[in-house]
Design a protein around this ligand. Structure first.
Ligand SMILES: [Zn+2]
Length: 248
């Protein structure tokens, strides 16, 4: 494993953590689940094999009993509320948003309450009070209302920002959305993970890996497998959202 130069910076960084007696932390968010598929099986099997807690962002309006039944035997999976229908309400010239300022606030909040209730009904305790806005975007005016709906955390993409609710952000996206629509270059992904680990060393967020199982190419799966192997080798910890929230 030490022979691949692309991964050497990660080995080096994790060795630095180990020498300092520190525990590097990661978490995994996999978006857009609605039903059992071969790609979902692959994500579940890969994470189970490596004992990685998986947070699956499920789209409430389009999911049902089949996914709940499939996940009922997967002890390492928790569910996040992925908006309501993953429907874009923004104008054509804008970035896509379901939870933007385009509809009356009460309508959007009603969707979120409905989504939370539906996934709680389908998945029980496994449905976390964690909102993952579609396209990682939510109108700032809605965030202060989330607590009232029962949400206890919000997960978008990028650096932490001040918010009235705890943020558990993803910060490394494996997908090249605007180019190949496959996996980004492994070398660049390793560089990003190392940069996030350096921020984490100084008190920043843990590494939040963002995946989308439905659109992975082979290079994404092989990247994930190698990352799980390298982090395991160095005894880094993969956390669930409740574990991250429980931290002082
Ligand atoms: Zn999504």
């Amino acid at each position: 494993m030490m022979d691949d130069p692309a991964w050497q910076p990660l080995h080096d960084e994790l060795l630095r953590w180990a020498r300092a007696g520190r525990m590097a932390e990661f978490w995994l968010r996999d978006d857009d689940a609605v039903e059992p598929t071969a790609a979902l099986d692959r994500s579940l099997d890969l994470t189970a094999k490596h004992a990685i807690p998986l947070t699956l962002a499920v789209i409430p309006a389009h999911t049902g009993d089949a996914l709940a039944a499939r996940l009922s035997r997967e002890g390492h999976v928790s569910i996040a509320i992925h908006g309501w229908a993953h429907e874009n309400h923004a104008l054509a010239a804008e970035k896509k948003q379901e939870l933007g300022p385009h509809r009356p606030r009460q309508v959007v909040l009603g969707d979120l309450a409905r989504g939370f209730a539906r996934l709680s009904h389908l998945h029980g305790e496994r449905a976390l009070p964690l909102l993952v806005p579609p396209w990682n975007r939510i109108d700032a005016g809605l965030v202060s209302e989330l607590d009232r709906l029962g949400f206890r955390a919000l997960s978008v993409f990028g650096p932490p920002k001040p918010a009235s609710i705890p943020l558990i952000n993803s910060n490394v996206d494996v997908m090249d959305w605007h180019g190949t629509r496959g996996c980004r270059d492994h070398v660049l992904l390793v560089v990003e993970i190392v940069a996030q680990l350096r921020r984490a060393f100084g008190g920043g967020d843990p590494v939040g890996l963002l995946t989308h199982h439905l659109v992975h190419d082979e290079a994404v799966w092989s990247f994930m497998e190698r990352l799980f192997e390298v982090t395991s080798l160095h005894r880094a910890r993969w956390r669930s959202p409740p574990e991250l929230l429980a931290k002082p």
